[in-house]
Design a binder for this molecule. Structure first.
Ligand code: UDP
Length: 396
């Protein structure tokens, strides 16, 4: 059986899709050593992975969450992590001698170490394949991103130079580097058109297994009204202003609302909660979506996929550029509406919220299109397909 090292990043959105894959690999008899931040230990161990902690100077989930707010902050954080973790992992890998390295696409220390040591590598892509997806991101958003990046160009150039000098140009590659095999957690139909995709990419759809999630929830409080689920995910969730707006918008709306306000929001700051709302720091999202009539979401990649997987039409309120791009895909496919899509994103009025939800709830095509995309996501095979591909590479 294979000995596999999986390199992750301490962010729930990146770690969650890997859990069913880990569980399935372990079920099929493989040994999976998962390197990540301490806060990911419990969920990884529950999935059956052998947890290995990164050095404690690696940012924690809250710091990672803050850096992921903008692409440039995320880039700067990943540069620091690469410089710390590449030499560290090189030592670990020399000692552990794995058969395969699987790494999250944000972890440059994955391909740098794999290529240097000549170990087959698999990149897990929990977003769309962006490089080569021309037109998926509006031009204005790209221009703004480049403008912010200019200030930090010297640091980015120093980093590239360091990679080239330390590991050689061949190994360091460009800005985005893929593995020998690349597993993308969406369907080919939902991925924006992309000329970069070739035979080393496999589209497996979202990796969904409710058994790898464990949140308590008062299911007995749900009645037979429609359920509307609201979440801004785990990174951008401290948005008191947004939550008080949805209370105002929907306190008289004839449905039951479930609001996940994130780990870092204090419920005391939200004032009086309307009686048709259940508010929690975290909820079992898959189990709620299975029952939901609509999903008001920030458009995180996992959230939109999970919603579509269960055929749930969406109101997407993006909080940053990647989510804007995801929201554009949902809108293009007719599976939902996009609001708050003007920079700096996420600004919506009570009126817009009410109109968007009413439109999604009262127009059958949104659910039909969500179900159509959901079917492609299910048929892509999920974590079973991902593990089949991993095993095929290992055997080759
Ligand atoms: N999630 C959850 N319970 C919650 C909120 C979120 O289980 O109350 C999960 C959700 O199912 C998804 C992940 O956290 O798998 C959020 O990832 P996403 O990519 O949507 O957003 P991010 O948190 O990375 O912005």
């Amino acid at each position: 059986m294979a000995k596999i090292i999986l390199l992750g990043i301490p962010a729930h959105g990146h770690t969650n899709p890997t859990l069913p894959v880990v569980k399935e690999l372990v079920t099929r008899g493989h040994q999976v050593l998962c390197y990540n931040g301490e806060e990911m230990r419990a969920k990884i161990e529950r999935a059956g992975g052998e947890f290995r902690v990164y050095p404690d100077t690696v940012p924690n989930t809250e710091q990672v969450a803050r850096s992921l707010h903008t692409i440039i902050d995320a880039t700067l954080m990943l540069i620091d992590m690469t410089q710390l973790l590449t030499p560290y992992m090189m030592e670990e890998l020399r000692r552990e001698q794995p058969d395969l390295i699987i790494y999250d696409s944000t972890c440059a220390w994955g391909y740098l170490t794999a290529r240097t040591l000549g170990i087959p590598s698999i990149c897990l892509i929990t977003t769309f394949v962006l490089e080569g997806s021309d037109g998926a991101i509006p031009f204005g958003a790209i221009a703004r991103h480049l403008f912010h990046a200019i200030l930090h160009l010297p640091k980015i150039i120093r980093w590239k130079r360091w990679m080239n000098q330390t590991y050689g140009k061949e190994i360091a590659g460009g800005i985005t580097e893929f593995g020998d095999l690349n597993i993308v957690f969406t369907s080919r139909e939902f991925q924006p058109p992309n000329h970069r995709i070739d035979e080393i990419f496999r589209f497996v759809g979202p990796s969904i297994n409710p058994a790898t999630r464990q949140e308590n929830f008062p299911f007995e409080r749900l009645n037979d009204q429609s359920i509307i689920y609201i979440s801004l995910g785990t990174v951008h969730s401290v948005q008191t202003n947004f939550y008080t707006k949805v209370f105002e918008a929907f306190r008289d709306y004839p449905a039951q609302f479930v609001l996940s306000m994130g780990q870092f929001t204090d419920i005391e700051t939200l004032g009086t909660i309307p009686t048709n709302f259940i508010v929690r720091n975290s909820v079992p999202q898959l189990a709620i979506l299975e029952r939901a009539s609509a999903f008001i979401t920030h458009g995180g990649m996992n959230s939109i996929h999970e919603g579509l997987y269960y055929g749930v039409p969406q109101v997407v309120v993006p909080q940053q550029m990647e989510q804007l791009m995801n929201g554009i895909q949902v809108k293009r496919q007719g599976a939902g509406v996009l609001i708050g899509d003007k920079y700096p994103y996420g600004n919506v009025t009570i009126d817009q919220l009410q109109q968007a939800l009413t439109q999604v709830m009262n127009t059958a095509s949104y659910r039909q299109n969500a179900e159509r995309i959901g079917k492609t996501l299910r048929e892509a095979g999920g974590f079973h397909h991902a593990v089949d591909e991993i095993e095929a590479l290992w055997r080759s």
